[in-house]
Design a protein around this ligand. Sequence first.
Ligand code: BGC
Length: 721
Amino acid sequence: MNLWTLEKQGYDPGSVVDDGNRFLIANGYMGVRGTVDEADKGAFPAVNLAGVYDRNGDKWREPVNAPNGLFLRLTFNKEPMALPHRTPRSHRLSIDYRHGIFRRETDFGPVRIVSERMASLAQPHLLASRVQLAFREAGEAELATGISTDIWDINGPHLFDFRYEAGETLACTAVTGEKGIEVAVAQAVSRNLDGEESFCREEKGVLRTLRFHAEAGETVTLSLFAAVFTGLDGASPVDEAKALCQQAKAAGTDACFAENAAAWEAVWDRCEADIEGDDEGALALHASQYYLNSIAPRHRNDLSIPARGLSGQTYKGAIFWDSEIFLFPMFVHTQPEVARSLLRYRIESLPGAREKAAEYGYRGAFYAWESQEGGREGCTDFNVVDVFTHRPVRTYFRDKQIHISADVAYAMAQYYTITGDRSLLEAGGAEVILECARFYLGRMSRQLDREEADLLDVIGPDEYHERVSNNAFTNAMARYCLESALKLKEIFADELSYLAALTQKLGYEKDWALLPEAVRALRRPRIQNGVLEQFDGYFDLEDCTLDEVRSRLRDPREYWGGDHGVAGTTQIIKQADVIALMALLPEAFTDEQAAANYAYYEPRTEHGSSLSACMYALTACRIGRLDKAWELFLKTASIDMTGGGKQWAGEVYIGGTHPASNGGAWMIAALGFAGLRVRQGMIELHPRLPKQIDRLRFRLTVNGAVHEVTVTHSGYSIKVI
Ligand code: BGC
């Protein structure tokens, strides 16, 4: 079994959307969905751009998809050799996870098309594909290739004022509707055939058409080079795109592919993780690492990663807590520079978080639940559409999911705890922690005749129960945030002038004085038989099984949460909540508590979010439920290979890749199975290998040096590479 390649045989028109995610290639700058060369809008083709957003009218704001510069469509003897217009004799899609190469092989009978595509990891603006057309019959071929604007948009269109250029290098420029950001795509071709060439600028792009006679047994090869630049990259995107295309064409396809492969090898040198003993698990771990690494921002140092990566516009291309809690761990341990980028994005978006806090009447920083560029809140008041009435349902994620600020502060503090490197705190991280703590100081409330303070009217990670009070996760994470603010005094004990300056800048004198009392007073959860109550009154809700709640659905797409959802009045929860807390702050809980809470909450969890299984797996490792941990690991790591996860929330499409699960798979392997803890640059291991694994190996960067950890059932070793 090839442990780095996923392949799929057979043509199934019903799975083209899923395949677009599964066979995604990306390089942090853009993601190209795994659709065939000739795909039109119906197959959801997209070149999804990181960090470029647009709003059309009053529809949801979402990231922009660039025109598709790798478009290619063959007509032979006047018949389309194209999906879905002709049923193929055989069809095979594959992705090489090692170097991010998507391959399609389609036998249409008279001609067999094979193409391989990459989004260069070495050159973030460059896409390339090499194509072979093997003719079995003689006939007249018409090959159209160019830049197609027939691309997928959920809430588009986003591009206007198209301008096209024909010639040796094709070009297409357009501007976004909201901010007028220029988006430019150029395309060049190198080929081994002579034929009659003509150009056409059509409604759906600019195409070059090659007409030629093909002999039976002849194979025609050609390479396409496409470059994408936007107005955010420089002053003349179209010139840059054309120049890069020509440069790539001059260098040749092999050189471009080799450069991409070398860049991937450099990434694997830093973070490769391998399992021996179970091939399914080994492939799934490689897959999840590929999906996550392919969307890591490496071309900028202040970008984060959207919840569906670069697989499309789902979830508005927004950054959620997923980044800090699920993606950050893999990066901080293997490629701290990427972790810094995720956190610098939050530092840069502090003004947006301050504005949001002020909008709700608080001081400090209340981060956007669905954060777009500059920290702009992308979350709307109505996030779900009711499947019965087709009316938007008022959801409160934006207003009440206040744990987001604590999650950001947690990652900021963890960066220091793990690396021992104070520079990120000095570069704005400390300010973020202080401002998040300040937000909770204001958000807490206390009845005049009570000792304890509450966080009322919130939503915890389990989104099915909206507007609850004293959610155990939220309170504990908020407390950690307050403590992290106080801990800055220790961290900067040798440089108190730094904190003094910050205190003055923020007018923080009174806040410092309030922090210890806030830590003390913030309510801790009720505990019953060792089980933490998820929120005030949770134990009084109807205690029924998951199957019972599921049986109450009248439509499979029905939303389980909110006022009318089937889960709202029961103890059934969407995803890890108390268990997520235990995984994030393991030292705060005993093994007995972990076991009692796992036993209580796991059967009551729908795992309706892809963020859930990995948190349970980490706790399962801790309490020695290794078979369960392995099962949850496989589910987490293989999600984007199998196309698992929910596709709909009410009437809203939520499919795409699942970066949080990808990061979660690494967490289970390294933090769970190997029991890795890095503190101030010191590595500790507490292995708990499931029986399915003979040997686990992974790489880490600690104190600037790459280490390789190997864990077997008889021990472990750590060596510097
Ligand atoms: C989950 C959130 C998550 C979001 C994006 C939702 O379904 O409940 O916790 O942040 O998806 O992944």
